[in-house]
Design a protein around this ligand. Sequence first.
Ligand code: ASP
Length: 344
Amino acid sequence: MEKESAVLLIFTGGTISMSEDPTTGALRPIDFDRLQEYMPELKQTGIRIKSVPFLPLIDSSDVYPPVWERIALLIQENFEEYDGFIVLHGTDTMAYTASALSFMLENLSKPVIFTGAQLPIGMMRSDAKENLLTAIEIATSKENGQPIVPEVCIFFEDNLFRGNRTTKKNAEHFSAFNSYNYPPLAKAGVHIKFFRSYIHYPASGTALRVRTKIDQNVAILKLFPGITEHTVNAILNIPGLKAVVLESFGAGNAPRKSWFFDALKNATDRGILIVNKTQCSTGSVEMGRYETSLNLMSAGVMSAFDCTTEAIVTKLMYLLGEYTNPDDIKHRLSISLCGEMTVI
Ligand code: ASP
């Protein structure tokens, strides 16, 4: 007889678990037990599901690196016992948590599927049930006894995306996420269709290694026409700062003003890593394509290629936490560690 499939459901909170506060009308997390009442289908899946609620359940705006660490350690402790892992999480920062986990769970060989909902589970038109039931099916899908998607992913509406390629794109529609620079790993319609050539498989025989050191001394500097020297310097001189994501224009361009170059050069000379990420959702940074990015190269700025902001911020936090040698960090920044970018 085939062994029954088993899934660990890690429940952090989010809209999926919320109801309206009768006094203020604002959405806030409800009790975990009530959530199970709303989903009797969970018992009918034929899959052993154990849930671990992080009490109190939280809105994902309150998720921060210690929550990432808790999720990573829970997966590590239960890795052998389950076929796959589901993380129920608010949509607002889901792409950050999924990106962080993709770096923290090295050599992952089982599915870790993030999902949530745009409408609370108790509401008639909620997307919660479909998202969760399909995520469970994906987390237990196997071929020749091997998991089909051994990656950290986000499943929402009908798309399965690689977590570290995903961005929340819509605060209103059920299709809340997109992966602008990488195709979906699966599409769920009447059948779930997996696109295997896009799925990353770990080298065989490698064991899961969980990395939990995170360094939060990272900032984002988003350029806009008219940004002042004062603003740029204020960010680049934050005490303890170790890395900056420079959100640039188009293919990675920035003003050619000499004060701007001096501010960046001064920061990289002080050992601060500056990584160039385009403000465009689709496409890649190509430093040197325009004159307006040549300067950035001479100031020691590195490229984030086609990474999402979520992926590059969490990659920096992970690298700064786990490595001390600047050359090791720079080398790992320039390559794709788990499919988070396409190096050109
Ligand atoms: N504010 C909620 C959260 O991110 C939104 C959601 O879950 O969709 O926790």
